[in-house]
Design a protein around this ligand. Structure first.
Ligand SMILES: Nc1ncnc2c1ncn2[C@@H]1O[C@H](COP(=O)(O)OP(=O)(O)OP(=O)(O)O)[C@@H](O)[C@H]1O
Ligand SMILES: [Mg+2]
Length: 475
């Protein structure tokens, strides 16, 4: 017989929950107030599992969880929450909860979890003493309530107390940096620095001096000694963004620092000890990079002790409405425009759109709409994504001008707002190669793939044509 203590202020719910379980196998005790749990656990050594509601009178479920863990570290506790909060999920797992479940339950999941927890002997969380938590930390909170986001929050809580390296991957704008910050904020390093380095933004030598520092005179232009981010982040966390773009040489230096926990500044000989937790992120496939030989396998496994995948927004659309609310409040507050609301049609547009730029694109759209709209009710046309993009372009074949400028402009105008949001700094390059590719494919098609005629007609050499065909993978 397994003994379960169920703590919830809703008596009826507790009873009906208990009724779901086989009374030959499970015995339930009930409490309604968090204050009584500590004593109960102390006096009833035979309790096998505690199920705790988060919202309890007088003492919150999370505080009760901490008490229980102090009394009996290996007693499994399932936290039950009436609403999804990623901060609660992180906190619960960090404090050693066995599971974090949200109401309404999926019954199968609930029963399975209880069965597992009861067959559970020793609980393997570390025995770290938790520091007091800053209350109601909403800055940088991960907003969302899809099952995917809840799983991510739980994972953050699980890794928080360790120093394990975490590798975060996901498309651009999915919230990788936000997650990295949340890991730091929930860790014992939270009162020390969280620093971030974008590995794609700097050429090799500068990146090395950014990471490891340099001595005065180490290279031309090194007029002063410089302390690198590793040293500055000592006892804290270092976020290595776009790690997939790091050169092989820098990778080998990084690997050494991670293995030895010590470094020398560029041009220096003194060995400096560093204790830094690494969180890395990439939107590239590192597996592909390893195949190409541009990423070290040993470094990959060093960085990926735990990996977190952030799914694209289009694969967790249930997060869209709550994110929309969040950004509306954020910007409306900043701009003193709290009266602005979203029309039904606008919300429909936002939930249906594909969001190639993910949460960042959504955030930008809401910001723009709040700035641009004249009325208090935001309509679909206030959002950049609702520009003419995707609508067929009406080209007047009869009156095409000699230089084609107007014709091309007609095609580009509607996609420009999206490009500005999603590819700043790359639009020219992006459009130029798209254009080149289009001309060549079109002409090749016209001549049934005949390269001699295509090159001649376009007025380019056959070498150039062959080069472009392979560069753009035109078949
Ligand atoms: N779940 C979320 N809740 C609230 N804000 C979010 C969420 N996800 C992303 N954001 C916001 O979206 C923006 C982009 O997030 P972030 O910079 O973390 O993405 P990223 O994955 O690092 O993108 P990139 O690969 O382009 O660097 C930020 O302003 C961030 O605060
Ligand atoms: Mg980022």
């Amino acid at each position: 017989m397994k003994k379960i203590l169920l703590v919830d202020d809703d008596k009826d719910l507790s009873q009906s929950l208990a009724n779901l379980f086989d009374s030959d196998k499970y015995h339930f005790d009930f409490l309604e107030d968090g204050m009584e749990v500590g004593n109960f656990v102390r006096e009833h050594n035979e309790v096998d599992l505690v199920m705790l509601d988060v919202n309890l009178p007088s003492l919150s479920g999370l505080d009760v969880l901490k008490q229980i863990k102090q009394i009996k570290d290996d007693l499994p506790v399932i936290i039950i929450s009436g609403f999804v909060s990623t901060e609660n999920a992180i906190e619960a797992m960090k404090e050693g909860a066995y599971e974090y479940l949200t109401k309404p339950f999926e019954l199968e999941k609930l029963i399975e979890t209880v069965n597992k927890a009861c067959g559970f002997l020793s609980h393997s969380t570390s025995n770290q003493i938790s520091e007091p938590q800053p209350g109601g930390n909403e800055i940088g909170e991960i907003v969302g309530k899809s099952p995917e986001i809840v799983e991510i929050a739980k994972l953050i809580g699980q890794v928080a107390n360790s120093d394990a390296a975490v590798l975060i991957f996901g498309e651009s704008g999915t919230g990788k940096e936000l997650v990295a910050r949340a890991i730091h904020r929930s860790s014992r390093r939270k009162n020390n620095a969280f620093l971030s380095v974008n590995c794609a933004a700097l050429p090799e030598t500068l990146l090395e001096s950014e990471l490891f520092g340099h001595e005065k005179g180490a290279f031309t232009g090194a007029y002063f000694k410089r302390i690198g981010k590793f040293e500055q982040a000592n006892n804290g966390s270092l976020f290595l963004d776009e790690i997939g773009d790091m050169s092989m040489l820098t990778q080998s230096k990084l690997l050494r620092v991670l293995q030895e926990k010590e470094l020398e500044r560029v041009g220096g000989s003194e060995t400096i000890n560093v204790d830094v937790r690494i969180v890395a992120a990439t939107n590239k496939s590192l597996v592909q990079c390893m195949k190409d030989g541009s990423f070290r396998v040993d470094l990959f496994y060093r960085l990926k002790v735990v990996s977190i995948f952030l799914p694209p927004l289009r694969e967790r659309r249930s997060d869209i409405p709550i994110l929309v609310d969040h950004f509306m409040n954020k910007y409306a507050g900043q701009m003193n425009q709290s009266s602005k609301k979203l029309s039904k049609n606008a919300m429909q547009l936002l939930t249906k759109y594909n969001w190639p730029g993910n949460v960042r694109e959504l955030e930008n759209n809401i910001h723009t709409a709040l700035v641009m709209s004249k009325s208090d009710l935001l309509q679909p046309e206030d959002f950049p994504i609702n520009s003419e993009a995707g609508k067929p372009v009406d080209i007047d074949m009869e009156n095409i001008q000699e230089d084609y400028t107007d014709t091309f402009k007609k095609i580009i105008d509607p996609v420009m707002p999206n490009l500005i949001i999603n590819s700043p700094g790359q639009i020219y390059q992006f459009m130029e190669s798209a254009f080149e590719r289009a001309i060549i494919s079109s002409c090749l098609k016209h001549f049934d793939g005949n390269q001699v005629k295509t090159a001649e007609t376009l007025g380019i050499s056959r070498n150039t044509l062959r080069d472009r065909i392979s560069r753009y993978e035109i078949y």
